[in-house]
Design a protein around this ligand. Structure first.
Ligand code: FAD
Length: 403
């Protein structure tokens, strides 16, 4: 049965994340956001502390050193809270945490797991990235465009006589791409694209940080592969055919956190600032705007949680209790758009103060612009419409072994 109430365990995880985000991440991240170089902006102290609290490993089973949180709803509760503290910091936890379960537990061979899992568990700064996007390759901005069937990654992996691989090529925009200690890299082989597990300290791997307008407390990188040698046995198996993998909903939840934080900060401000003879919130026009924001936040949260339920309960449609709809894409696309709208509206309620640099609200606007892009507004909408039109485009062949 679909139930919107949370379990005691979910409430405990949510509150732990809220406490860490509000008391430790939020103000520190605002200071880091102002630093000119990316090195100064990586929140190392917060990352170590958060890792020790379990936010990097919680999706792994208890026997593998995690907290056994396999469900997306609990992840999204944590993601929203950490995102409300700072979305850049939140990314360092949420993506490696979800991938840890998907990769170490569901996709790696026992030998691969025996090699990589201890490294991940024993190092609070062991982060991971997925390197797919390339500077000059027509990925077709996801699969909606008619990507030619012979399209290929320019990043190439060539097998050597001893079974190892040599990779050459380039990737860009990679989230956590600069500090990641393990990279899953999509590269073209003679038999098609494959996902290679590349260690961050491999000779020939050259990384250049890329600075963003928002989500600045978090690195992105351009990555070059100059004869990078990958040992035999480092190809990550494709996703198994199950619907509970990935972190689209966690990204939506972190984005929701940004919009919620903008709303909360603005609500507070409008209760404190007097203009035109009364507090801002007493102006009806202001109250209407704040209501719109609250509606968008609740709508986003409702659809994210419903999408989580569908992912966590794959049989829910079969018994006719819930309609079949592309919940995950709706949640991602709606939240990305709605939170950017909230932040744009919110900042105007701050008047001149809103456009001054160095405030939380100004940061949320910049963060939300990045998240609107990362909600893949076009491809997600196309996928939603395909569902209702009962029409399925051909999948982009380059993403065949997606990670
Ligand atoms: C902050 C950030 C983090 C990222 N992290 C990663 C990562 O970790 N790993 C990774 O592999 N990649 C990552 N990316 C890359 C991301 O996947 C790409 O930015 C995204 O796929 C868009 O690709 P593009 O920039 O080549 O846009 P293009 O394909 O050049 O598209 C540009 C614009 O054209 C329009 N457009 C394109 N195609 C269509 C269409 N079919 N219909 C309608 N309009 C269309 C859209 O407005 C689109 O935004 C990241 C990017 C950013 C900004």
């Amino acid at each position: 049965m679909y139930d919107v109430r949370l379990t005691e365990e979910q409430i405990a995880f949510r509150d732990l994340a809220r406490d860490f985000a509000q008391n430790e991440i939020k103000d520190k991240a605002l200071e880091l956001d102002k630093k000119p170089t990316w090195e100064e902006r990586v929140p190392w102290d917060l990352l170590k502390k958060g890792s020790q609290l379990g936010f990097r490993t919680f999706c792994l089973s208890e026997e593998n050193g995690g907290a056994g949180v396999t469900d997306h709803l609990t992840s999204c509760l944590i993601g929203e809270e950490l995102g409300a503290g700072d979305i850049g910091t939140a990314y360092y936890f949420m993506l490696p945490a979800r991938r840890a379960r998907d990769w170490y537990e569901l996709r790696m061979t026992p030998e691969q797991r025996a090699y990589f899992l201890p490294k991940f568990l024993n190092d609070d700064t062991y982060f991971t990235t997925v390197a797919i996007h390339e500077p000059d390759t027509d990925l077709g901005f996801d699969y909606y465009t008619e990507t030619p069937p012979d399209a290929q990654f320019r990043t190439r992996a060539v097998e050597q006589k001893d079974g190892s691989w040599i990779i050459n090529g380039a990737k860009n925009y990679q989230t956590i791409g600069y500090v990641a200690k393990m990279l899953v890299v999509m590269a073209q082989t003679e038999s098609g694209p494959q996902a290679f597990m590349v260690e961050g300290d491999t000779p020939g791997l050259v990384r250049r940080p890329m600075s963003k307008i928002g989500r600045r407390v978090g690195d992105n990188a351009e990555i070059f592969f100059d004869n990078v040698k990958v040992p035999k046995g480092r190809i990550l198996a494709p996703n198994p055919p199950r619907g509970d993998l990935g972190c689209t909903l966690e990204i939506a939840a972190m984005t929701l956190g940004v919009g919620r934080a903008a709303f909360e900060e603005t609500l507070k401000y409008t209760k404190e600032r007097r203009a035109g003879g009364k507090f801002l919130i007493q102006h009806q026009g202001v109250a209407l705007k704040l209501s719109e924001m609250a509606m968008k936040i609740e709508t986003s949260r409702a659809i994210i949680h419903k999408a989580c339920f569908m992912k966590d309960n794959p049989g829910a449609i079969a018994d006719g209790g819930i309609e079949d709809a592309p919940f995950e894409h709706i949640a991602g696309a709606y939240t990305g758009q709605a939170m950017a709208e909230i932040c744009t509206e919110a900042v105007e309620l701050w008047g001149g103060a809103g456009v001054m640099q160095g405030t939380h609200i100004e940061k949320y606007v910049r963060d939300s612009i990045v998240q609107r892009h990362i909600s893949f507004p076009f491809p997600a909408r196309f996928k939603i419409m395909e569902h209702y039109a009962e029409f399925k485009r051909k999948k982009n062949p380059l993403l065949g072994n997606g990670s």
